[in-house]
Design a protein around this ligand. Structure first.
Ligand code: IPD
Length: 270
């Protein structure tokens, strides 16, 4: 099997993410909650499912042998031996979507041998499409300012001056712990933002709209595409004590701020 070209994977990710974002934007008025997951406030609409079905259909039509991991429908296919695995959040920020708040996004990443080589986060109500290819930089296509802009995360920001994004899980015990950590953090930083969509938070680190982001409890689909965008914009994205980013913790920031925030979070037992 020939090595898949990251640029082709990126182009496919870009077109399916845009198409799914359009479906979601058009279907917003008829969106209804059809299921709850980890808690009564962790909701799924029929539009989450419709978007994931569309993304899967489009990817598998173009690349039938690939594996797909999606938030709503789980994993299909095998990802071994240099095969591609797509990691998809069809609607990141479902609660924002249900409330008519603009920070929601479609997140599509392509992994080869476990490494994300292409990622797209499409946030249509923010007029923002973020793309990244491994080694090719992070980019924002936006309506205002119009065009395609290379992204670089904020560098040289001290923790005390940092605007820090975070998010909270859906389950009460986890939220109680996350609240304690935020209480410890607030007096030590400029301020906190809670946008409600992890993929958007990671892209805002890349674009410098926040200085850093951290969250416990993320899944692969929340972070796969956004992490590549943040890394390609110069951020470090990792977990605690050298671990990979993931469910236990995800932190994203320029290298020096990453270290400061990591140590503060460690002292707060985040
Ligand atoms: C959620 C959002 C939210 C984050 C949660 C995620 P979903 O994803 O990204 O910002 O705080 O941890 O689960 O449920 O809207 O796809």
């Amino acid at each position: 099997m020939s090595e898949p070209e990251p640029a082709e994977l990126l182009e496919l990710a870009r077109s399916v993410a845009r198409e799914a974002a359009e479906l979601l934007a058009d279907g917003h008025a008829s969106a209804a909650v059809v299921q709850t997951k980890s808690s009564p406030t962790d909701v799924v609409t029929q539009m989450d499912r419709a978007a994931e079905e569309l993304i899967r259909r489009r990817i598998l039509r173009a690349r039938p042998a690939d594996a797909v991991l999606g938030e709503e429908l789980g994993q299909t296919g095998q990802a071994g031996d240099g095969a591609v695995r797509w990691v998809v959040d069809p609607l990141d920020g479902t609660v924002n979507y249900v409330y008519g708040l603009p920070a929601w996004a479609v997140s599509v990443a392509a992994e080869v041998a476990g490494i994300v080589v292409a990622g797209v986060v499409c946030a249509p109500m923010l007029g923002s499409l973020y793309t990244a290819q491994l080694g090719g930089g992070a980019w924002l296509e936006s309506a205002k300012p119009a065009g395609r802009h290379r992204l670089a995360c904020n560098d040289g920001v001290a923790l005390a001056d940092a605007l820090i994004a975070t998010g909270f899980g859906y389950e009460a015990p986890q939220r109680a712990l996350q609240g304690k950590v935020v209480a410890g953090l607030l007096p030590r930083v400029r301020d906190i933002r809670r946008a409600g969509a992890a993929a958007v938070d990671l892209c805002w680190v890349a674009s410098g709209q926040v200085d850093a982001y951290y969250e416990r409890g993320l899944h692969d689909w929340d972070l796969a595409a956004g992490s590549l965008v943040a890394r390609e914009a110069g951020a470090v994205v990792g977990g605690m004590h050298g671990a990979n980013p993931g469910e236990a913790m995800t932190i994203a920031a320029a290298p020096a701020l990453f270290g400061e925030l990591h140590d503060l979070l460690a002292s707060l037992e985040a």
